[in-house]
Design a protein around this ligand. Sequence first.
Ligand SMILES: Cc1cc2nc3c(=O)[nH]c(=O)nc-3n(C[C@H](O)[C@H](O)[C@H](O)COP(=O)(O)OP(=O)(O)OC[C@H]3O[C@@H](n4cnc5c(N)ncnc54)[C@H](O)[C@@H]3O)c2cc1C
Length: 395
Amino acid sequence: MWDFVVAGAGVIGVSIARELRRRYRAKVMVIEKESSPGRHASGRNSGVLHAGVYYKAGTLKARLCVDGNRRMREYCLAKSIPINQNGKVIVARSLEELPSLRELYIRSQSNGVCVELVDTLALKDIEPCAKTVEQALYVKNTAVVNPQRVMDALVADAVEEGIEFRFDCAWWARDGQDVANTSQGRIAYGHLVNCAGLFADKIAHQFDVGRQYRILPFRGQFYRLRPESKVQVCGNIYPVPDLRNPFLGVHFTRRPEGEVTVGPSALPLLGREQYRGLVGANASDGLAMIMYLLRLFGRNRDHFRSIAWRELVKISRSGFYREAEGLAVGFEPGDLLPGKEPGIRAQLVDTKTAELLSDFVIEPGPHSTHVLNAVSPAFTSSEPFARHVVEMIKE
Ligand SMILES: Cc1cc2nc3c(=O)[nH]c(=O)nc-3n(C[C@H](O)[C@H](O)[C@H](O)COP(=O)(O)OP(=O)(O)OC[C@H]3O[C@@H](n4cnc5c(N)ncnc54)[C@H](O)[C@@H]3O)c2cc1C
């Protein structure tokens, strides 16, 4: 009998398992359907340690991201994980984007994030190739890491701390009270923590939790910048995002290994693990997804139509190029080369209101806790996120 079973060895599952072990000396087992950790969002994301600029005061994201950024940077330095600490600039591509840029400045101030509004001259000293209209936001504490390196270090620490991992072990169903029916047989537990990413809603529904929610998958495709490109990037160049859109837009990111990625897009999918073409799309999930997307189109909540249209355009390389060309001087269509493997965002939708949820969502259930919307910046925020979830379990 395990005190805690955690379903999912992504950054959230592993961080929560470590916090439970640290706090209670509990017997903790992490079950993971894949053969190794971080095979989905946690190992395939942009690797940006966000500083906490975007999030409205009072949200969980605003509370957890700033601390998470500091802790993750410290962790990487302590573990000798390469990290690019050159910060980021957020640039305006038109005069219309300036009010949103200033809104981000205000949000940063209220979240306690160290930022500076800089003019075009000062911008050149920070990111010589970045383009902006009048002003840009300079965020010093944004950093970049290789997320898979972080995952490997977290799992190695967790194993050393006494946490057991069972890979190739998928949660299938509840088998009566407090017993998991898995692909490796029955496992008895005191409390389940559901951190199953793209499948977290399905597990939650087995506990009658979060019935109004459904996870929609959005694929993030990356390109990489041709090494001979005229565009030089020191840290990150981001656009001012549409503040109603949960995604931050295509950006330039210099990875600690030196390569510059351009991306990601956010394409709605027909299957939760549809990483390439139609591979991974399945009839029942796909049909449900299409029906649901049509409903979102019809209602057009959160400007879903324009978001979806802008994302569809990015399927083609030229559409992708157009999205990024306003960010940097000297950027040419031939600068885009095939990039790293895509990642899929597990975006929660409220099926009653057709609203894409922007904040983290964690729901309690019978002898269980369900992490339902661990969207960006959950990677950055993972340590305080885990502490927050464990506090909820205590209550
Ligand atoms: C393209 C992209 C870019 C992003 N960029 C950033 C960024 O720059 N900065 C940032 O902070 N965040 C970023 N994010 C968000 C970040 O990656 C996620 O918030 C975070 O990884 C979520 O972690 P997780 O553990 O909840 O999910 P996951 O990493 O998806 O882990 C869930 C795990 O559960 C397993 N699982 C699923 N079903 C079962 C089952 N039935 N039984 C057992 N195991 C199961 C899966 O195999 C998986 O390993 C990005 C995400 C994407 C997709």
